[in-house]
Design a protein around this ligand. Structure first.
Ligand SMILES: [Zn+2]
Length: 66
């Protein structure tokens, strides 16, 4: 099974989705995109951790401090 976490804040995609584990990598990445996560080459960012400007450029926010 596959699951992904945000590469920035380590949030679990399961917190944003109806699922908590996925049968294959393409499914988990589809669900990430459907949950408004950003998927780059092998990295994943939750909606709290990136912004997209009007030109579609993605900027990753700084890691939250806890
Ligand atoms: Zn995040």
């Amino acid at each position: 099974m596959y699951a992904i976490t945000c590469d920035n804040c380590k949030e679990d995609l399961g917190a944003y989705s109806d699922y908590s584990a996925w049968a294959d990598k393409s499914q988990v990445e589809d669900d990430a995109e459907n949950s408004e996560w950003e998927v780059f080459n092998g990295t994943h960012y939750c909606p709290n951790c990136y912004t997209r400007d009007k030109d579609g450029n993605v900027a990753i926010k700084n890691k939250p401090k806890k």
